[in-house]
Design a protein. Structure first.
Length: 484
């Protein structure tokens, strides 16, 4: 077989391998920071299936900051009430998720169902609007790195040099394999599973239909919002070989439900998988970082995998931006693994417990309580918050919100119910919001909010603030003050 000739491409700051939600989220965040990025994807187009369809409230906050949450809401809907069937008869309804009302500090309260192919398309559109481009049909075949750069070779013969590379290429990551980083964990369930997008007549779209048999077999059909489609999820018997062909999917639905095979008018996409809980030994190997399913693989129960993956990218993006554009030390990138790997392990445990019926879906699955307290970038406490906590939303006097003030790639210093003076040398890269009225979720104090919406530093006065900012590369001329 004739090999493609090597073609040298212009160097970029960051090469991202994989154009799923993780890679595209990272690409969007990097571009808005002025970081040059190239995304390469081995397949010929965006992912076509609905697989990861549940957007948790914390992820919706991330997507708000990236400017796409309104499109996510238009593309999705709330989770339908579950309807249990047995023997072809309706047995009754139950809610998979708690009913939670939005509050001033947490405006996104419930999971939002968006088919993954729509999430990917929305993020791709945003990436393109920011000036990015995905190279499809460009599988990675080689990776080398030294102290200064990463050199990646593609199956097309193209060779790309980057300051850093990020593996966002899924659970069977080529990058992770080339690095020799192990993915360790356990089999959560011996039964192989199938997920498919199907069109079914004679089944209402008001419910998420769950079919259970006395022998433990089940299937679920969830209506996908604003489509004519359902997502099928079903488990086979241990040792079975899943049949993902249209005929096999129709036969499975006929076997597990009261529907006939002919009621399935279309099988649009199907895939099988084994449920695992696995975590990469490292999230960083030199100038290469692992994110998303390349770093952790979850049970789909509880809807944690895609959400944890998007938040990996959100944590990593601002750190790469500070290192590449603002002179922060390379060691800042070590905090990515230090912060994200423990949370990924926590979410793996949660997904596994939900899969095994040991824990119900509740506040933990919404991910609003995740924090970096005690982490390498958490310094101080004030009022009701400690450094590392998520920064709550709230209404400002001018009718805007704290999330409006936080939105964007900058750092924000919140001066809440205090007249503590600010240092004259506070860098211009820090936006200041003065909120003189007491607000319970914060209490009184100064709160430096990182670009990813977590409090990095907090205090009753500014002692230690400039030191913290210097650690992450925030220096420069004094800033102005915004009253709110």
């Amino acid at each position: 077989m004739k090999e493609n000739p090597v073609k040298e491409s212009p160097a970029v700051d960051v090469l991202v391998v994989g154009a799923g939600p993780t890679g595209l989220t990272l690409g969007c965040d990097l571009l808005r920071r002025g970081v040059s990025v190239r995304i390469v994807e081995r397949t010929d187009g965006l992912f076509p299936g609905s697989r990861g369809k549940g957007m948790q409230p914390r992820t919706l906050e991330v997507l708000d900051d990236l400017g796409v949450v309104s499109r996510m809401f238009a593309a999705g809907g709330p989770a339908p009430v579950n309807m249990v069937w047995a023997g072809g008869e309706r047995q009754g309804e139950y809610r998979m998720f708690d009913e939670v009302e939005p509050t001033e500090d947490a405006p996104y309260a419930i999971p939002w169902i968006v088919p993954q192919y729509r999430t990917t398309r929305i993020l791709h559109d945003r990436f393109t609007a920011l000036g990015g481009r995905v190279a499809f049909g460009a599988a990675l075949t080689g990776l080398d790195q030294d102290a200064d750069r990463v050199t990646c070779t593609l199956a097309t013969g193209e060779r790309i040099t980057a300051a850093y590379a990020v593996a966002a290429d899924g659970g069977r990551s080529t990058v992770r394999a080339l690095l020799g980083v192990a993915l360790r964990g356990e089999s959560v369930d011996p039964a192989p599973m199938i997920v498919a997008d199907v069109r079914v007549r004679s089944l209402d779209r008001r419910n998420w239909h769950v079919f259970r048999e006395e022998d433990g077999r089940y299937a679920a059909l969830c209506p996908l919002p604003h489509t004519d489609d359902f997502q099928l999820a079903a488990a086979y018997e241990p040792g079975a070989a899943p049949d993902t062909s249209p005929e096999g999917v129709r036969a499975l639905i006929a076997e597990r439900t009261h529907l006939d095979a002919d009621d399935v008018t279309d099988v649009l996409w199907a895939s099988d998988f084994r449920v695992r809980a696995a975590l990469a030994d490292r999230f960083r190997a030199g100038r290469v970082l692992l994110a998303g399913d390349a770093a952790h693989v979850h049970s789909p129960a509880g809807g944690q995998g895609l959400n944890t993956s998007i938040q990996d990218a959100y944590n990593l993006g601002w750190k790469l931006g500070q290192v590449l554009r603002h002179g922060a030390p390379d060691a800042l990138l070590d905090t990515y693994e230090q912060e994200r790997r423990p949370l990924a392990a926590e979410m793996l445990g949660l997904s596994t417990r939900i899969h095994r019926g040991e824990q119900r879906r509740g506040a933990a699955t919404r991910q609003l309580g995740l924090h970096y307290r005690g982490g390498p970038l958490a310094s101080g406490a004030a009022g009701a918050l400690a450094a590392g906590d998520r920064a709550p939303d709230g209404l400002l006097a001018d009718g805007t919100t704290l999330f409006d003030a936080l939105r964007g790639p900058h750092f924000t210093l919140l001066r809440m119910a205090t007249d503590a003076p600010l240092p004259a040398e506070l860098p211009a890269a820090v936006r200041v919001v003065d909120h003189p009225v007491p607000y319970a979720p914060y209490g009184a104090g100064l709160f430096l909010v990182r670009p990813d919406g977590y409090v990095g530093w907090a205090g009753e006065d500014t002692e230690g603030l400039l030191t913290w900012l210097g650690r992450v590369g925030v220096t420069g001329r004094p800033a102005g003050l915004r009253a709110a």
